[in-house]
Design a binder for this molecule. Sequence first.
Ligand SMILES: [Fe+2]
Ligand SMILES: [Fe+2]
Ligand SMILES: [Fe+2]
Length: 287
Amino acid sequence: MSAQEPTKVIAMLNEDITGEHAAIVQYLRHAYAMEEGELACEIEAIARDEMRHLDWLAETVAELGGEPDLERGQMTIGGDSISEWMQRDVGLEKDAIALYERHIEAIEDRKITRLLRRIVSDEVAHRHDFEHFVEKSKKKAMEPIAPLEAPVGKPSKLGDMLNWGIRHEYTVILQYLYHSFMTPDEEVSEQMDDQAINEMQHLGWLAEELTESGGVPDIEDTGVDRSKDTADMLRADIAVERKVTKEYTRQIDEVDDPDLKRLIARIRDNEIYHDELFSDLLDEISE
Ligand SMILES: [Fe+2]
Ligand SMILES: [Fe+2]
Ligand SMILES: [Fe+2]
């Protein structure tokens, strides 16, 4: 078997990664905007499957000497009813399956095609699940608790505040994942992956809080650090943690609702832990 150009394989895997990324955010936005319950939980579980796919694909890209693409692919956000949303999710899964099948045909490396087939088996199950959710949400006439699109000209102080945190959390999720894929240091990589998962919790808590007040989470990044050197990565991560700790501390003083105060304080304390953890790692690798 002739060796295939790694750049071609990397490009295909990166296309798959941007698709997984779009699916994760689309499914989370759907889950956040519906009542807490069985359906929202099932959709969040599917989003977690897609995160695992993204993880595997990005690891493979890094092993091939490439750089994982953290741009987000096209989402198909829209529709007024939950059954319409679920129909769009069916469409996303169908497109993903078709793309993976093309890539399985085109890629020669058997280890990689085995991985893609493994992912397709999940996507087929997801398509099935979403088809079932279309029927279920129709039958139960399920209504969203919040819109998917922000109403124009309705600024809210609480919404702006929570969305600041949401953008921060989304940015560091991407940043820590990128660092975990790119660093050759195994301990740093593992910690980055772990803390990215913790930031996903933060994103979820803030987005749910916002949605309950009728707001729309602004899941956009504000610029991901793409350092290649591990010490540079850690320095950037420490800087971002210190900045967010300061802002959350300010927010705790500003809000009146005791539950929201507690929530932000809990997140803020996690950020202090991240700062300390990254600082220790930086000390260790600088020795
Ligand atoms: Fe996936
Ligand atoms: Fe966070
Ligand atoms: Fe953090």
